[in-house]
Design a protein around this ligand. Structure first.
Ligand code: TRP
Ligand code: SF4
Length: 328
């Protein structure tokens, strides 16, 4: 049997996951778990790069992220689910890679340039922030991952990872494969205000939202702006509520709403009520799993412990090779 390809990806623990995360990265991971040998981890050290002054919530966020992952359907017995900061080998490899990484590679990294311009309320002129992709490279190559499922914003980091791996192999001898980015399709779903769904825009619906919260949020959603009266004909193609129907409603409902909206025979208020019901139904199994794990936090900690142990054994083995080729 051909061994399964190994993939690895991570998320920073920045808070509860929303539908945009679910239909983007997470559902992609869930699809991959049968096909690949998967390592998924929570990048809590990476959370430090921008939040070094605010660390109180990081460990709660780690726990909550694992809850979200498990309730969305990542299987602990199929994947290695772990926490970055518990595998100290990442830090050792990060240090070694930082010795061979030219600073200009990091300075021309587009995500670095963007964030320095965008984030004005924190001092990001730190060594660690500039070195973000070097830590990410260590995360990836320490597991000798073949593929890295990421969104388009992370592709430059995988590119830098390949360059660093190549440079290491060139200097010391071949230890690391060069990982490929596996591009995640971005979710079509927008936030309540039709901007990208994001925690920082306050326009997100979370996997853990209650039915009441879902209803209230759906009521806030912006619809076809040309529809003023209920009898105005609408255009579902430009309406985010209709995108939600596409994901959560059944075929007949979708077809009916499509017709009624265009004919001006359904009001947006009713249309939103329908979508929130169907979304609630869709989230029911997710909520059930969340409740199951929330009741037994020790189970979640055991899953993390077992994942850490597996990850650690792979990382430790790679580090033996690394130390041997660099002769330290
Ligand atoms: N930088 C990634 C993000 O912000 C998170 C991350 C850290 C990551 N290390 C990784 C992703 C390794 C893939 C592989 O989304
Ligand atoms: Fe959107 Fe539904 Fe209103 Fe049509 S009826 S504009 S699909 S919310």
């Amino acid at each position: 049997m051909v061994p399964k390809k190994r993939i690895l990806s991570g998320m920073r623990p920045t808070g509860l996951l929303h539908l945009g995360n679910l239909h983007g990265a997470l559902s992609n991971w869930i699809d991959m778990q049968n096909q690949y040998e998967c390592f998924f981890f929570i990048a809590d050290w990476h959370a430090l790069t921008t939040n070094y002054e605010n660390t109180e919530s990081i460990s709660d966020n780690v726990f909550n992220m694992m809850l979200d992952w498990l309730s969305a359907g990542l299987k602990p017995d199929k994947n290695t689910l772990f926490v970055q900061s518990q595998i100290k080998e990442h830090a050792e490899l990060f240090l070694i890679l930082s010795m061979i990484t030219p600073v200009p590679w990091l300075e021309r990294n587009p995500t670095y340039k963007d964030q320095v311009l965008q984030i004005k309320n924190r001092d990001l002129s730190t060594f660690g922030f500039l070195g973000y992709p070097v830590l990410q490279a260590a995360d990836i190559i320490i597991y000798k991952a073949d593929g890295v499922p990421v969104g388009v914003d992370q592709v430059p980091h995988v590119e830098i990872t390949r360059e660093i791996a190549r440079r290491f192999n060139h200097i010391y001898g071949r230890v690391f494969p060069e990982p490929e980015a596996i591009l995640t399709k971005t979710s079509k779903i927008l936030g309540l205000d039709r901007r990208k769904m994001s925690k920082s825009y306050d326009n997100a619906i979370y996997l853990s939202d209650t039915p009441k919260e879902i209803k209230a949020k759906a009521a806030r959603m912006i619809t076809d702006p040309n529809r003023i009266k209920k009898t105005d004909p609408g255009n579902p193609e430009i309406c985010n509520v209709f995108t939600f129907h596409g994901l959560y409603s059944d075929k007949e409902d979708i077809a009916q709403i499509n017709m009624d909206c265009r004919a001006g025979t359904i009001g947006c208020v009713d249309c939103k009520k329908k979508v929130s019901k169907n979304l609630e139904k869709f989230l029911l199994p997710v909520k059930e799993k969340r409740a199951y794990y929330e009741k037994q936090p020790d189970l979640v900690y055991d899953i993390i412990k077992a994942g850490n142990k597996k990850a650690k054994s792979v990382a430790a083995k790679t580090m033996e090779e690394v130390r041997s080729v660099i002769k330290i």
